[in-house]
Design a protein around this ligand. Structure first.
Ligand code: 3H9
Length: 706
């Protein structure tokens, strides 16, 4: 044994404790420790059975993900298969006692035991596909033997965990233990000690018939193709589970190992692992230590009951935080509350929430018409119409109405947070919390740091984002912050391409095929083209003369074509908001381009993708260098969680690293030559390309310097 795995005795039952905080990952030393413990109990006649349990807050959360990067860069390949066979072949029965999570290699370890018991709150799952890989230690072979092919395919392909209660009904857990897990597991081990120990790998009764399995596999492939578009691992996971139905256990494990290795070495897996660590990295703010005190947020207020305000109120209520929802008059407030009710009702209809949950949450949202009760809240989120004068008035009111110490947050998506803070006597309490629409669905929360925002206020918002089920990313106060500032050049290029001769649907299609949730023009129609048009009009005075600007979207807006809400935008929409190509738009575009003297040409899908995606990368590099994003990975997390950028490409900055920064830089230089100043390469990108470095290396240097 070693200090990661300890063995103790409860009379005739040995207790093997895995102690590798924080999540008992199977890091080097853990498998060796378990192996030695199994050897020891097998050699000790006094031991009748063993319990394997996790120390601390969880069982085993899987293989150590950090090790994968070492393997793919030439480090040794470590297989867990021999250890799991060793456990299964133990002459003393082994009971796996699960609390917290048994994920990935953790569940594979548990399935190699002869029995599994669990706390009712535990969760089990094979989430490997979320990392672009598949179970690699027999999970695709043992799981169908315990839960049947259909459930095993589902669990391995979508990666969602199942509760211990469900696992017990599936046959994956043999007993749920209320109360003290260890005591219950030891008692269970004594009960079964004298019985023959079942080996999962020898079971076949749930493997189904060929005809049943063919239908299950075909349906699973179909679902994966639709719901996990572009991802390779879910299909590989399905193939691996399918192999369990026709190969011996050993052959199935070999087949699984081959697919696992292919996935592990893929760009998709590297990108998804980057995202896994990135989502945790963004919570770390160099000048705000973990111990920074946070302000308890138990009651909040939201000002503005429109689409955003209503959605934000739901986010707080869903997290169990009571909300005052304020608007200017009764009819507006009634409309806002009506939309919230409708949203909840549709979630109940779709089975996402129960009616009781909806009723409870609605009770937590109290509509109000004045600031009287604002003195009782810990935080306010302002979500009124986007205009500086109005925001300032609201913040001056909040300054008067709220108690000292309350956080005053603005949901502005573009306006200067310092200017808004200037309307109060307490700029240290002011911060931006930029939710994305629909606020109750989208995971991203840009937290905008004002010049004077206090560390406590920032730390509180970062921590609160987790409680709200959001991923909070701290950004600096520049126009559009990080996400929208980059979105400008991205959508600008989409329009330029149209004006140079590309078809509307060809532009969208190229980016959807790249993996984006939607194309840039369809996104505009969804959000409302007038939103950007109003902002552009406000900032027109900042445009430099002589620099090409797109015109087609403004012209569509001048014609009242605002997108889905007016039934016409880039596309034409039917009553069910289904889009179709609009020949009128095609003709207008050709006419406008001819009038502007823009030569028309055939444009490839590859150029469409390069123009749009490299516009993101170039602006991202500027933002990074100017310090408005802390790290390149922060930008990646923003784009994946707020803008539908494909996770399997790791975000725009990681994608650029994967393509190679020299190549990206050269292409941007080409665009600069052809299309002018808007394409001037970002100095940071140029520097990294010329020194052969990546954004990921830039991040590491930043972290080391902090
Ligand atoms: C696998 O098992 C493949 C197998 O088939 C075997 C093949 C041979 N490794 O998330 P948290 C770190 S693939 C390394 O904030 P929570 C995490 O980075 C694996 N590190 O806590 C963070 O570090 P830091 C399959 C890991 O309570 C800290 O632990 N398993 C791992 O919100 C705390 O994490 C998975 O995919 C790991 N496996 O959530 C499970 N897991 O503090 C991945 C966590 O420095 N893990 N860390 O930022 C999770 O889903 C969540 O971490 C969990 C806890 C639900 C367990």
């Amino acid at each position: 044994m070693n200090n990661l795995v300890k063995i103790s005795r409860d009379n005739d039952v040995a207790v093997i404790t895995i102690d590798n905080p924080p999540v008992n990952a199977l890091s080097p030393g853990v498998p060796e420790g378990i192996w030695a413990a199994i050897d020891e109990i097998n050699g000790d006649p006094a031991v009748k059975a063993a319990v394997v349990i996790g120390g601390g807050r969880t069982f085993v959360a899987g293989a150590d993900i950090k090790e994968f990067g070492k393997m793919t860069s030439g480090g040794p390949r470590r297989s867990l298969l021999p250890l799991l066979l060793r456990i299964e072949d133990s002459s003393k029965p082994v009971v796996m006692a699960i609390h917290g999570t048994a994920f990935g290699g953790g569940l594979e370890l548990a399935m190699a035991g002869h029995y599994r018991v669990a706390s009712p709150t535990a969760q089990v799952g094979q989430p490997e596909v979320k990392l672009g890989i598949i179970p690699g230690a027999g999970g695709t072979q043992r799981l169908p033997r315990l839960v049947g092919v259909a459930k095993a395919v589902e669990m391995c392909a979508d990666g969602k965990p199942v509760s211990a209660r469900e696992a017990a009904t599936l046959g994956l857990i043999d007993r749920l233990i209320e109360g003290d897990l260890l005591a219950g597991a030891v008692a269970f081990a004594r009960e079964i000690a004298a019985k023959p120990a079942p080996k999962t790998r020898e079971r076949t009764e749930k493997l189904g018939t060929a005809a049943e399995n063919a239908a299950i596999i075909a349906a699973a492939r179909d679902t994966a193709g639709k719901k996990q578009r572009g991802l390779k691992a879910p299909l590989a996971a399905i193939e691996a589970v399918e192999s369990a139905t026709r190969l011996s256990f050993d052959e199935g494990c070999q087949f699984e190992a081959k697919l696992f290795t292919e996935c592990l070495f893929s760009d998709q897996s590297k990108a998804l692992i980057h995202i896994f660590f990135g989502e945790r990295e963004v919570a770390k703010i160099p000048d705000i230590p973990k111990e920074t005190p946070v302000i308890p947020v138990n009651r909040v207020a939201v000002v503005g009951s429109g689409t955003m305000g209503g959605g934000i109120a739901m986010v707080f209520a869903n997290a169990g935080i009571a909300v005052l929802l304020k608007d200017v008059d009764e009819p507006t407030l009634n409309v806002g509350m009506g939309k919230i009710k409708k949203n909840y009702a549709s979630s109940v209809q779709r089975g996402r929430f129960t009616q009781a949950f909806m009723d409870e949450r609605l009770q937590m949202i109290k509509p109000v018409l004045n600031y009287d009760a604002f003195s009782e809240v810990d935080m306010v989120v302002e979500a009124v119409f986007e205009g500086m004068a109005l925001k300032k008035t609201v913040f001056a009111d909040l300054d008067r109405a709220c108690r000292p110490g309350a956080i005053l947050a603005s949901n502005t998506s573009t306006l200067n947070i310092d200017e808004i803070a200037g309307a109060t006597s307490r700029p240290e309490a002011v911060i931006g919390t930029h939710f994305f629409s629909p606020a109750n669905v989208m995971r991203l929360l840009e937290i905008v740091r004002g010049k004077k925002s206090s560390k406590e206020v920032i730390a509180t918002c970062m921590q609160l984002s987790k409680k709200l089920g959001k991923i909070g990313v701290l950004v600096g106060n520049c126009r559009g912050f990080v996400g929208n500032r980059m979105f400008g050049p991205y959508r600008r290029e989409a329009q330029f391409l149209i004006e140079e001769g590309a078809e509307v649907e060809a532009v969208d299609q190229a980016l959807v095929e790249f993996g984006n949730a939607m194309g840039p023009l369809a996104v505009g129609d969804l959000a409302g083209l007038d939103v950007g048009w109003r902002i552009r009009k406000e900032y027109r005075h900042l445009e430099e003369p002589g620099i090409r600007q797109p015109f087609s979207e403004d012209r569509l807006c001048e014609m009242g074509r605002y997108g889905q809400k007016t039934g016409r935008g880039w596309y034409r929409y039917d009553d069910n908001r289904r889009a179709s190509v609009d020949p009128e738009v095609t003709a207008l575009l050709r006419k406008w381009s001819a009038e502007a003297g823009i030569p028309q040409r055939q444009i490839s899908a590859a150029e469409i993708v390069d123009r749009c995606v490299y516009a993101l990368v170039n602006e991202g590099a500027r933002i990074l260098e100017e310090g408005y994003a802390l790290r390149a990975v922060d930008i990646d997390i923003i784009y994946i969680n707020g803008y539908g950028f494909p996770a399997f490409r790791g975000g725009p900055m990681w994608h650029a690293d994967t393509v190679g920064l020299q190549k990206v830089y050269q292409r941007i230089c080409e665009f600069h030559q052809k299309h002018g100043e808007l394409w001037a390469p970002a100095p940071l990108l140029q520097r990294l390309a010329e020194t052969g470095k990546t954004f990921a290396e830039f991040d590491k240097e930043q972290v080391a310097a902090a």
